[in-house]
Design a protein around this ligand. Structure first.
Ligand code: NAP
Length: 288
C-alpha cells in the first residue's frame, strides 16, 4: 500500500491526479489529509493524516508499505521539524518499508526554510528500519509567478536583481514523485536534484507575461529593504517574512540558478521538463 500525504495541497493533489492517469496507478493507493472529507481524486480512500496530531498517524500508517511524505513546511523550523519527526517515528512504528520525502534542492541552503528539510533528510538517513528516497525539489515556477507578479500598472517590483531561478513546474515534480513512489526499490538511497533547466529572472517573467497578456510588463528591481517592508505590511505571518526575503536574496545573488546541480529531472520524467515561463505565462493567460 502507498500512502500519499498532503493530498489537498497543490503538490499532493497533482501526485494523485498523475497516479490516476497511470494504468493501475491507483491500485493500493491511499490518500492522507488533515481534511479527509475532501479529495482531489474520487474513489481513492482517504485517511486522516495530521502531523500536528501524531495520534492520527498510528491508524493512518497501518498496512502502509511506502509513504510519500510531502513536506509540511508552513511554520517555524521547530514546528516543521516536529511534524516531520512525528511522521517518521510513526512510519517506523507502523513498519513502513520506504519513505519518499519531498525536500529542497541542494542549492537552497541559504533559504530560511532549508534547515527543516536538511534535518528531515538526516533523520531518514539515520533510520535503522526505513529505506528512503529524497526528492530535492527546486522552487516552483508557480511560486516565482507569485514572487514576481506585476501590479495593476504592469510593473513587477521585486528584489531579484539580475539573478535567475531554475524554477520548475509543480506538475513535473508531482510526476516524478508518483513515478518514484510506485516503484521505490529502484530508487532506494538516492537523492535526486529536481530543478528547471533554465534560470528565469524578473526581466524574463516580464517579457513572458507581456507576450501572454498582450500588454507591456516591466521589471523594476527593488531592494531587499523595500521588499521586507512590503511583506511585513501584508497579511504574511511573521515566520513568512524571512522565508520570502531569503528566497529573493538567494535568487538575486545567483544561488538558485541550478548550475551547480546534477539535475535528475529530465531523466526521471523521460522527456523535457515543462518550461517554467510557459507555466507562469499560462497562469497569467488563464487569469485574464
Ligand atoms: N518548492 C517550492 O517552491 C515550494 C513552495 C511552497 C511550498 N513548498 C513545500 O512543499 C510542500 C508541498 O507543496 P504544496 O505546493 O503542496 O504546498 P501547499 O499547496 O501549501 O500544500 C501543503 C499541504 O501540506 C499538508 N500539510 C500541512 N500541514 C500539515 C500537517 N500538520 N500534517 C500533515 N500534512 C500537512 C496539507 O495537506 P492537506 O491539506 O491535505 O492536509 C497542505 O495542504 C509544502 O508543504 C512546503 O513544505 C515548496
Amino acid at each position: 500500500m502507498l500512502l500519499v500525504t498532503g493530498v489537498n495541497g497543490g503538490l499532493g493533489a497533482l501526485v494523485l491526479e498523475r497516479l490516476a492517469k497511470l494504468p493501475g496507478g491507483l491500485d493500493g493507493v491511499v490518500a492522507g489529509s488533515r481534511t479527509p472529507d475532501r479529495t482531489p481524486v474520487a474513489g481513492v480512500p482517504v485517511r486522516t493524516v495530521d502531523f500536528d496530531r501524531p495520534g492520527t498517524l498510528t491508524e493512518a500508517f497501518t498496512g502502509v508499505r511506502t509513504l510519500l511524505l510531502i513536506s509540511a513546511g508552513y511554520g517555524e523550523d521547530d514546528v516543521v521539524v516536529a511534524r516531520h519527526r512525528a511522521a517518521i517515528e510513526a512510519a517506523e512504528r507502523a513498519g513502513v518499508r520506504h519513505v519518499v520525502y519531498t525536500s529542497l534542492s541542494g542549492d537552497g541552503d541559504h533559504l530560511g526554510y532549508a534547515a527543516a528539510h536538511r534535518w528531515t533528510e538526516r533523520r531518514l538517513r539515520a533510520s535503522t528500519t526505513l529505506s528512503w528516497t529524497i526528492l530535492r525539489n527546486g522552487l516552483y515556477a508557480e511560486l516565482l509567478g507569485v514572487l514576481a507578479a506585476p501590479d495593476q500598472d504592469g510593473v513587477i517590483t521585486a528584489p531579484l536583481g539580475d539573478g535567475g531561478l531554475a524554477a520548475v513546474a509543480r506538475a513535473d515534480l508531482a510526476e516524478v514523485a508518483a513515478t518514484v513512489a510506485l516503484a521505490p526499490a529502484g530508487h532506494a538511497g538516492r537523492v535526486y536534484e529536481l530543478v528547471g533547466e533554465q534560470a528565469i529572472g524578473g526581466a524574463d517573467v516580464a517579457a513572458a507575461l507581456g507576450r501572454a497578456t498582450g500588454r507591456p510588463v516591466a521589471y523594476r528591481p527593488a531592494t531587499l529593504a523595500e521588499a521586507r517592508e512590503a511583506v511585513a505590511a501584508s497579511d504574511a505571518a511573521p515566520f513568512q517574512v524571512p522565508m520570502v526575503l531569503s528566497t529573493y536574496s538567494a535568487v538575486a545573488h545567483g544561488f538558485l540558478d541550478g548550475r551547480q546541480l546534477d539535475n535528475a529531472l529530465p531523466a526521471l520524467l523521460g522527456r523535457a521538463p515543462r518550461p517554467a515561463l510557459d507555466v507562469i505565462a499560462g497562469g497569467a493567460g488563464a487569469a485574464r
